[in-house]
Design a protein around this ligand. Sequence first.
Ligand code: HBI
Ligand code: FE
Length: 288
Amino acid sequence: MTADGFSKAPPPGARPDWTIDQGWDAYTPAEHRVWTTLYERQVRLLEGRAADPFLKGLEALDLHRAGIPDFRRINAELDRLTGWTVVAVPGLVPDDVFFDHLAARRFPAGQFIRAADELDYTEAPDIFHDVFGHVPMLTDPTFADYMQAYGKGGQRAGRMDRLHNLARLYWYTVEFGLMETPAGLRIYGAGIVSSKAESIFALDDPSPNRLGFDLERVMRTPYRIDDFQQTYFVIPSLQALLDASRRDFAPIYSRLETLPDVPIEAVLDSDAVITRGTQEYARNQPPP
Ligand code: HBI
Ligand code: FE
């Protein structure tokens, strides 16, 4: 695997674009039960926490409790709604492969599901993280456009060695994004909605910062991959996120050359502060 995420050969059995058949008939009753357990736990928790487009998407795709969804079924509805389809992959794919799929409105979802004894955390994104976490938002036309724009941006960034800035944008929106609504802050990030503990922490805990989304600021901010985020960025709307992604990134990239990263827990004078976190949680964690 080349470290910069460029293509290496796909694993045995996978097609050149790294896709595989979902093989829905081969899932065992135990695997379906893991999905149902995770689904029922999360969907109870997310009323009043997840953003409306997420909840509407869950309904539209009928990701009901009766086990792991069959991509053939959900794709018929998803394709009708926004032209997106879910494709099965063995796990993480190289960045350039990932961007190519997103640019063509295909969402690569892990085909496997976590074991019953690791309900709370999985190393690699499994089918619950990808399909429960990411796919409902793809039923929203504005978010669907954003994800495709992200893929196209990634195809361009790959050639400009700006992948790490794009990865931060993805992380602080698609994975861990929050949104303002008249009813208060709501979650749209897949990494949060698919996590029981972080669905609570991200909205309720006084520890993390919650700052107004700013594209350049996000691109300068490193993130945690092993624990709750220390800063969450809040968008005013999905339209605002889409508009931000449609700007020409080249002048931003050249400004980023001259600007240092922002420390992960920092709050800048230029930040729109929604909550200034205590960082209590992060301070009490054992050193990595
Ligand atoms: N591959 N299957 C899969 N799922 C992801 O979310 C994913 C990936 N490869 C790369 C990647 N995400 C990140 O580097 C993105 O920021 C590009
Ligand atoms: Fe993800």
